[in-house]
Write a protein that binds this ligand. Structure first.
Ligand SMILES: *Cc1c(COP(=O)(O)O)cnc(C)c1O
Length: 849
């Protein structure tokens, strides 16, 4: 039958428990276990059925049930406690940020833009690591009291839900989200109408509606084009995350960057810092430039200086697919009006997104534009910071790679989101009562050593058993769908056996099938009587990524084979819910990307927080997190040119460590049912990683290294009607024009001398400034040595004027400042003097002798 329309009837919360609605509309509940438990007590079955979505639960649960709870004393005690904790959380003034920045005024906000946010499985507007990181960033920002607001898109069909057929092929499903059951509220204007802003997409106007989502103390605004005023084609623009082709992508990015910037203004915000989480939101910089040019009469370059001074850009991956490049023609379609309005030529505009220029580059790269529009850039682990500096080194031509202005802040996780409640309860007994507020306190975690091994092991095994029950349940559902799947004689998985988890996006560089390189050898490992090893796999491949989908098929096929059935499992639809079961329940987390392509990775951090052991390639965060006692390394800390060789070496290392170290540690030396050595490693994993790899530590680092310096810089360039910005532009132009003529006077190469460690050396050099001024430049002595990790740089002193424009610089170097005995090499260079600059090398000018 065809129906004409639909309506829903919602239950009404009795007065005594009416504040449940406020909690349901604030994601605070999803990292406060007591609140989560309270919702599940309303109706546990519905709670699970609705993906733990409290808004839907409260709307759909029977009215009688609610009425009954409103007079259930036990429930009310728990309710009152949750409400009181919730109110305290929202109103307290006692936060980390207040301490570090007491002068901060109320209306100053940090805007955080991201194309995906992973807060909870009931709001599926994330695909994987990037989104979960953004969600965790917001949660910690809330906990720490940061004045941050988020900006993202509301995807009506979210990211796809995955099925794996009986042949092993991935199918993607796109159920439509019902916004009436999401914890979001439409923002209204003063007349009580939905607030809307518009953006121009090629030759048409598209209207955007704005939703508010509460995440603890902070707000996230989600943009949405699915409204009646838009054409049906434009209504689809925000329907799927990473769906559609290039035109959809560019449109979504314009909506996010330009629409988001306009939206914040319409909401009355004037952010002091603009953080681009990945390049997708980079057009916010273009929008701000145009605003500054029209409203403050700045030139393009002046406006760019102002925008860059308050912009932070985080790059998240060295993989090409993550660094989007658009054809110039497509950019022209969407930006030809724009570049005219800001007075640039097509070429000048396009070059902003080119490493070199339109002639040499293949297209317009968002990462390049972002690096040019932000003075505060970072990668997401130490290694990734270095890799990014290398990848983009030609943007700062001539500058030594290690001095490129790309910093590194290693990712973390929002600990309370990922730590199992069972661990929380145990920690409540053995740690100081305020441990939740001191996650980054390294020393406190030493007390985990005092927990008796028996209790520690019990908690882990309880979580492992929960995981295996869940896997069986999920697998059963799939078996019911496809009765052609291999029959099992026994149960799927054994609760007493060593269990290894592998779940992540099925991108080929993550090498999901590396463990299957030698099936005979693996068979021996998996099926050794009494010492069996079992594997659980999960992950989605992007619907357009066929090689990724083939990996899924291969694992599926192995899982159906006689040798591995019941021992190798592949689960459908990896999301935050499945992730929680896996990372809390496995003994070992396997990760074998092709180094150095994993920028950071965070799932292994979730495992370590839950005392699981990482077994991973030394890439991303594990390069820093591994201490030889808290898990295992696969392969070596080197990069290979030959991928096949790299795969072979890594898989060999994988088997060897499994056979010789992991399996014996797990199964040997058991005393009274407890593997004490294994537990020692588990404790070490928790103690050494949990405080460091938390978003509390990470957001604190972002605040100190990037946000606060950006605010300071913004105030400087904007003061006195943008005086510094204007001066800076003139000075930079001047410098660029005259740099060529600058000369360091060549001298004869000096003979190698031998010194003693307590000696001093006098260096001197003459510089011909040509038409530059003395305070335009710094002259530096640059020293390298084998023992030095990084070159040592010393600014030289001006000694005297030699003749017109020629100056002598000198430096007395105390050799005790270096690293002792050994061979050193040195040279001299001139760089722009950095007092006016935000970062030393932003001009990319340098002159070596
Ligand atoms: C944490 C998480 C990720 C990120 O994991 P990686 O280690 O970066 O692969 C991806 N997907 C989900 C659902 C997660 O919870």
């Amino acid at each position: 039958m065809e129906f004409h329309g639909s309506f829903s009837v919602k239950s009404k919360l009795p007065n005594r428990i009416k504040k449940l609605k406020e909690v349901a509309y604030n994601l605070w509940w999803c990292w406060n276990h007591r609140a989560e438990l309270l919702f599940s007590k309303i109706d546990d079955k519905l709670w699970k059925e609705f993906d733990r979505n409290p808004v839907k639960l409260l709307s759909k649960v029977d009215q009688e049930r609610l009425n009954k709870l409103a007079s259930d004393n036990q429930f009310l005690v728990e309710y009152d406690q949750v409400i009181s904790e919730f109110n305290d959380y929202l109103t307290t003034d006692d936060t980390w940020f207040k301490d570090v920045s007491p002068q901060w005024s109320e209306d100053e906000v940090i805007a955080y833009f991201s194309t995906e946010f992973g807060f909870h499985e009931s709001i599926p507007i994330y695909s994987g690591g990037l989104g979960v990181l953004a969600g965790d960033h917001c949660k910690s920002a809330s906990d720490l009291g940061l004045p941050l607001i988020g900006v993202g898109l509301l995807y009506h069909e979210g990211y796809f839900k995955q099925r794996i057929t009986d042949k092993g092929w991935q199918e993607s499903l796109y159920p439509t989200l019902d916004e009436t059951y999401l914890p979001i509220t439409a923002v209204q204007d003063q007349e009580g109408n939905d607030l809307k802003v518009s953006v121009k997409l090629a030759n048409r106007e598209v209207l955007i509606k704005i939703w508010r989502l509460n995440v603890g103390r902070i707000k996230v605004f989600l943009l949405d084009t699915n409204i009646a005023e838009n054409s049906s084609q434009d209504r689809e623009l925000t329907s799927r995350l990473y769906g559609g082709g290039e035109e959809t992508r560019i449109s979504q990015e314009i909506i996010l960057g330009i629409g988001g910037t306009k939206g914040l203004a319409a909401l009355g915000y004037d952010p002091v810092v603009w953080h681009m989480n990945e390049g997708h939101s980079v057009y916010l910089g273009l929008e701000r430039i145009e605003e500054l040019m029209t409203e403050e009469s700045l030139s393009f370059t002046e406006a760019l200086e102002v925008v860059a001074a308050s912009s932070v850009f985080t790059t998240h991956t060295p993989v090409p697919a993550g660094n989007e490049v658009f054809p110039f023609e497509l950019k022209e379609k969407y930006f030809s009006e724009y570049w005219k309005r800001i007075g640039l030529t097509k070429e000048e505009f396009m070059n902003l997104g080119c490493v070199y220029d339109m002639e040499k580059d293949d297209g317009f790269c968002l990462t390049v534009l972002a690096l040019r529009l932000a003075r505060f850039n970072n990668g997401v682990s130490k290694l990734h910071g270095e890799v990014s500096s290398q990848m983009w080194e030609d943007i700062w031509e001539g500058i030594p790679t290690d001095e490129n202005p790309i910093d590194a802040i290693t990712n973390g996780i929002h600990t309370l989101t990922w730590l199992a409640p069972a661990w929380e309860e145990l920690l409540d007994q053995y740690l100081p009562s305020d441990w939740r507020k001191r996650i980054e306190d390294k020393k406190m975690w030493q007390q985990v050593r005092n927990i008796p091994n028996k209790e520690f092991w019990q908690v882990h095994n309880q979580l492992k058993s929960k995981l295996i029950d869940y896997v069986r349940e999920k697998d059963l559902a799939r078996r019911k769908r496809y009765n052609t799947l291999a029959k099992l004689d026994n149960n799927l998985l054994d609760k007493d056996k060593l269990t290894i988890g592998f779940a992540r996006r099925f991108a080929t560089y993550k090498r999901a099938t590396l463990i299957f390189a030698d099936l005979d050898r693996l068979n021996k490992i998996c099926n050794k009587t009494g010492k069996e090893v079992q594997f659980i796999f999960a992950g989605k491949a992007h619907p357009a990524d066929v090689p990724g989908q083939e990996l899924i098929k291969k694992i599926h096929e192995i899982s159906q084979s006689e040798e591995f059935k019941g021992k190798v499992i592949i689960l459908e639809d990896y999301d935050m819910n499945l992730a929680r079961y896996l990372i809390q329940g496995v003994d070992i987390w396997l990760n074998n990307p092709r180094r150095p392509l994993e920028a950071s990775g965070t799932s292994g951090q979730k495992v370590a927080a839950n005392a699981g052991l990482n077994f991973s390639v030394l890439d991303g965060w594990w390069c820093e997190g591994y201490n030889k006692k808290n898990g295992w390394a696969i392969g070596y800390e080197i990069e290979y040119d030959d991928q096949e060789k790299q795969d072979q070496i890594d898989s060999n290392s994988l088997y060897q460590v499994l056979e010789e170290e992991i399996v014996p540690l797990y199964y040997d030396n058991i005393s009274q049912g407890i593997a004490n050595d294994w537990i020692a490693s588990m404790k070490e994993a928790m103690i050494s990683n949990i405080s460091v790899y938390s978003t509390d530590r990470m957001v604190q680092e972002y605040t100190k290294k990037l946000y606060l310096p950006a605010v300071k810089r913004k105030n400087e360039v904007e003061a006195n009607e943008y005086a510094l910005a204007k001066e800076l532009v003139n000075w930079k132009e001047d410098l660029k024009e005259n740099w060529e003529e600058l000369k360091i006077k060549v001298r004869n190469k000096e003979k190698k001398e031998v010194y003693k460690v307590e000696d001093n050396i006098n260096f001197s050099i003459e510089v011909d400034l040509a038409s530059l001024e003395l305070d335009d430049i710094d002259v530096e002595l640059y020293i390298v040595a084998e023992k030095l990790e990084q070159p040592q740089i010393f600014v030289m002193d001006l000694e005297e004027k030699v003749s017109d424009n020629i100056y002598k610089y000198s430096l007395t170097l105390e050799l005790s400042q270096l690293v002792g005995s050994g061979d050193y090499k040195y040279t001299f260079r001139v760089i722009p003097q950095d007092e006016l600059l935000t970062t030393k090398h932003e001009l990319g000018l340098i002159k070596w002798i």
